[in-house]
Every structure is written in C-alpha cells, then in structure tokens.
Design a binder for this molecule. Structure first.
Ligand SMILES: [Fe+2]
Ligand SMILES: [Fe+2]
Length: 258
C-alpha cells in the first residue's frame, strides 16, 4: 500500500499548491491513500466544512488536524457528520468528532489515528496510553495503522514512535511546520519522521507573515497573524506499507516548490 501524507496545508496558498501539485504527485507515487493535515487550511487558523470538501475533491481521502482544529467554531457539527476529518483522539470526552477513521483503499483497509502531544501544548490525555488503547481497537479492523502525532517537542514525537514501533505502520509528526530529515523505518517496522513539514508560504515564519511574527517576538504583545503572498512549497512523505503485516517497507520525503 502506497500512502501520501501531506504536511499542514496553510490557507489559500497551501490549498492552491496542493491543487497544482496533485497530478504530478499521483503520477510519481500512485498512492492508494492520500492523507493531509488540514488544521491551518482556513486562513491559517482551523478549517471549515467548505474547505474540507474542497480538499476531499482534490483527491485527499482523510484530513487529520491538531490544536487549531477548534479555531473555527462552525466546524463542530461537521466533525461529527464527516468522519474523514478527524481530530486528536486524546482530547477530553465530550468534544465533538472522532480521533480515528478506517478507510477502504484499493490495497485494503487502512486506519488513520490522530494524537496530540502534551509538551509545550495543552494538558490533554496521555497520548502514549491513548495510542495503546486506540491501536488495539483499530487492529481489530486492519493491520495498517497510520498515526499523525501533532506535537511540538521532538523528544515526545521520537519517544511515541519508539513506543508504537512494530504496532503502528507509521508515525508522522506534524505541527512544527518544518520538515525534518530524520525519516526512517524503525527496528520493528514503524515508519517515522519527526515532522512532515507544511504546505504553505516559503518566505514566512512557519506560515505567518515574517514582519508580524518578528513583531510578536520584539514586543511580546499580540499581533495579527496573516499568510503572506509569494513562493509556496509542499512538504509530504510517501510511505510504502505491507498491507498484510502492517509493517512499513520505506518512507520517503517529498519537497516541491511553486
Ligand atoms: Fe499546523
Ligand atoms: Fe498545530
């Protein structure tokens, strides 16, 4: 099973980049499953139902998310209605939406699980124990389990990857918006990268206008965050997974420029 995982899509520039790149990505990698993180797809903050539908229409099968998924209040009913847009599974009970989804592909079923880290982030349920619980549940349906671990700290991402090594097919880090160069298949068959990177404006501070981000650091006061115009890049990874055993054969980084 070939899986294309696209890093955080940032606003309209990110969506345009996905639209422009999809044909060549499909030709080059022929993925059975396309996953993208969509937490910043609406103007950099959150996602709306219309934007999620727009991304699904481009050929993305599943959208994962993270801390920003709650930014647009109107997404809440959609999170319960459309199970292909998932949010981290380790938010407290009572929140709308689902933390995982099982997708039927031409190469068999695949489960996609979303988790969020706790280091320098919100005080959520322990993602390690949530991973144990969710993997066990999803394995009843398919050996292929792909995790988007949306987290700030590299140590937390690496630790969770080793914790699930041999039980998950892949653990892909998101949230920090900068693609790391540490992709590998771990000892027991879990593909891992600390961060898939983002799909958004290149001359920015992780997707935000550089002047606004600099002002925030200079003055330590709130500043408007907007998405700049200019060159855009797409960051992704391609996974090759054995659909029978659920083990990963390879993970490859993808980086495209507008
Ligand atoms: Fe993000
Ligand atoms: Fe995030």
């Amino acid at each position: 099973m070939k899986v294309l995982f696209i890093g955080d899509i940032i606003g309209e520039p990110g969506r345009k980049m996905v639209r422009a790149s999809m044909r060549s990505l499909m030709d080059a990698h022929a993925p059975d499953l396309v996953i993208a993180n969509g937490e910043n797809a609406a103007g950099g903050f959150g996602i709306t139902a219309d934007i999620a539908e727009e991304l699904f229409a481009l050929g993305i099968h599943t959208l994962t998310s993270g801390n920003h998924v709650w930014d647009k209040k109107e997404i809440e009913p959609y999170l319960t209605k459309q199970d292909r847009l998932i949010r981290p599974a380790n938010y407290p009970d009572g929140n709308p939406g689902y933390g995982s989804v099982v997708i039927s592909t031409a190469a068999g079923k695949a489960a996609v699980l979303n988790l969020e880290g706790r280091v320098f982030m919100s005080n959520l349920e322990d993602p390690f124990r949530a991973a144990d619980r969710e993997i066990e549940k999803l394995k009843l349906e398919t050996p292929v389990v792909i995790i988007d671990f949306h987290a700030e700290a590299t140590s937390e991402k690496i630790a969770l990857a080793w914790h699930v090594d041999g039980r998950a097919s892949a653990l892909i880090g998101t949230h920090t918006h900068v693609q790391t160069a540490d992709e590998r298949v771990l000892t027991n068959g879990t593909a891992f990268i600390t961060d898939a990177g983002m799909t958004g404006p290149t001359d920015s501070v992780i997707g935000v206008k550089k002047e606004q981000a600099i002002a925030r650091f200079l003055y330590q006061t709130p500043h408007r965050f907007e998405i700049p115009k200019g060159p855009v890049h797409l960051s992704a990874v391609v996974l090759d997974i054995d659909g029978k055993t659920g083990k990963a054969n390879s993970i490859q980084r993808v980086h495209m420029k507008s």
